[in-house]
Design a protein around this ligand. Structure first.
Ligand code: BES
Ligand code: MN
Ligand code: ZN
Length: 494
């Protein structure tokens, strides 16, 4: 979907679908009012008769006399006093879903009325762009014949009374960049493991590097061995599929400015290994690389936006399979940090690949490191599917990420990393075990990672519950690309 801004009278605009916002109380915004006048008051009457006050309610009119648009869609924003980011999101998501199943090839949205409702225009349009594009996402790569019905309009215009300013135009461009990043994360997540292999992840990194002039380095099994990543290799030793360690660098900031490092879990399929998972729902373990996908998606968004920041992406990628060469429960391995690990459960593999990437991150002398991982089923028990888990060794960094989640509607919630939990990782045979028992599984997983993240400010996002949806709407969500891009944007504007 292409987004642009246009100065035009809503009633005169030729478009397949004119979209206007309506508040349940107070006066109509200037754009809604002028369309109402052009329809000789008919629009107002129909709204009164058929549109619910609740935010997100829609009134779709197949035609309206006196105006140039083919269709009109009115969306309720609820009451003025109750207008929040959340209501705006609800309303825009409803519009996006409606558009996704309509035949309109283009659409225009009366954006001036949002300002009249008290919203800040650039922020509102950035949010709108991300949500509308995301609602019209469709995964078609593996159908033998593409759907001949388009997924939503190809062009989308924001209508303004008068000229737009630079901040508003930038905001729309940023929204489109974030949406493109989120779509990449969704595409990679949705691809099954026989398509999305570690080498496909590294090829994606390479093509991003080519498109946006990033630096990229890819290590194969031998290279990973030479680096000394014994823990990562232990996970990779059970599969014939070649593992990859991907290092991506975006340099948009000052040459000497310390980078933010993003580390993404790239298990392209998690069978559990010798500690095999039960069969039911195992297909969903193709999504176990969604952390990696969110790193690549964030790079796409940041590079498209041209953010003045230095960013490093680290992705350890492999399958986790059982075989005659697979790592066994009880095996002890030596990580890149030198610390030894007793692998009591081969299904706790995410932390085993991440710990070596975290050690590798030290060489960048990072301003902050954030890892993103579908790490624990326990996180779904704790927070369900609405909120990502957040753990950190630095409270200011945690606060930045929480705020970014709040602002982008891609929320996280912090869990404690108290020292007491570290005791659960005690091993009789090595420096630590890779599991900490049933209690507080998300916290003990983060405790494990924290032992490799002592050299810098670090935060961990457990996206086990938020990276994809199950059931009828099964598919990757592209989260937490909105959170991460918001976090990085805020770092560039102070
Ligand atoms: N990838 C899984 C976590 C997961 C499970 C995410 C289900 C989403 C849905 C991870 O590698 C894993 O298997 N974790 C184990 C850890 C346990 C063995 C300590 C888990 O959560 O059961
Ligand atoms: Mn696992
Ligand atoms: Zn896993």
């Amino acid at each position: 979907m292409e987004f642009s801004i246009k100065a035009a009278l809503p009633e005169k605009l030729k478009t397949d679908c004119l979209i206007l916002a309506r508040f349940a109380d107070g006066e109509a915004g200037p754009q809604l009012a002028s369309v109402d006048t052009a329809s000789a008051g008919l629009l107002g009457k129909l709204i009164k008769r058929d549109l619910d006050d609740k935010a997100g309610s829609l009134l779709a009119l197949p035609t309206l006399p006196g105006i140039a648009a083919d269709r009109v869609l009115i969306v309720s924003l609820g009451k003025h006093a109750e207008l929040t980011d959340k209501t705006l999101r609800t309303a825009l998501t409803a519009v996006g879903k409606w558009l996704a199943s309509s035949k309109a090839k283009n659409a225009a949205f009366g954006a001036t009325d949002l300002v009249a409702g008290g919203l800040e225009l650039p922020t509102a349009l950035r949010t709108a762009t991300v949500l509308l594009a995301d609602a019209c996402y469709r995964f078609e790569a593996l159908r033998s014949k593409p759907d001949d019905k388009p997924a939503g309009p190809a062009r989308f215009e924001y209508l303004l009374q008068g000229k737009s300013d630079a901040a508003t135009r930038t905001a729309v461009e940023q929204g489109a960049a974030i949406a493109a990043g989120q779509a990449l994360a969704r595409d990679l997540g949705n691809l099954p493991a026989n398509y999305c292999t570690p080498s496909v992840l590294s090829d994606t990194a390479k093509s991003l590097a080519h498109e946006y002039k990033l630096k990229v380095q890819v290590f194969d099994r031998e290279g990973i061995e030479e680096l000394g990543m014994g823990s990562f290799l232990a996970v990779a030793q059970g599969t014939r599929e070649e593992p990859r360690f991907i290092v991506l660098e975006y340099k948009g900031g000052k040459a000497k400015a310390a980078p933010v490092v993003l580390v993404g879990k790239g298990i392209t399929f998690d069978s559990g290994g010798i500690s095999l998972k039960p069969g039911e729902g195992m297909d969903e373990m193709k999504f176990d690389m969604c952390g990696a996908a969110s790193v690549l998606g964030t790079f796409r968004a940041v590079a498209k936006m041209g953010l003045p920041i230095n960013l490093v992406g680290l992705i350890p990628a492999t399958e986790n399979l059982p075989s005659g060469t697979a790592v066994k429960p009880g095996d002890v391995v030596t990580s890149l940090s030198g610390q030894t690990i007793e692998i009591l459960n081969t299904d706790a593999e995410g932390r085993l690949i991440l710990c070596d990437a975290l050690t590798y991150a030290e060489r960048f002398k990072p301003a902050a490191v954030v890892d993103i991982a579908t790490l624990t089923g326990a996180c779904i028990i704790a927070l369900g599917h609405h909120t990502s888990g957040l753990l950190a060794n630095d409270d200011a960094l945690a606060a930045e990420l929480l705020t970014a989640g709040q602002k982008s509607g891609d929320r996280a919630w912090q869990l404690p990393l108290f020292d007491e939990y570290q005791e659960q990782l005690k091993s009789n045979f090595a420096d630590m075990a890779n599991i900490g028992g049933r209690p507080a599984g998300t916290i003990t997983a983060a405790c494990f990672l924290s032992r490799y993240a002592k050299a810098y400010k670090w935060a961990h996002l457990d996206i086990a519950g938020t990276a994809w949806k199950s059931g009828g709407e099964k598919g990757a969500t592209g989260r937490p690309v909105p959170l991460l891009t918001e976090f990085l944007l805020a770092r560039t504007t102070g």
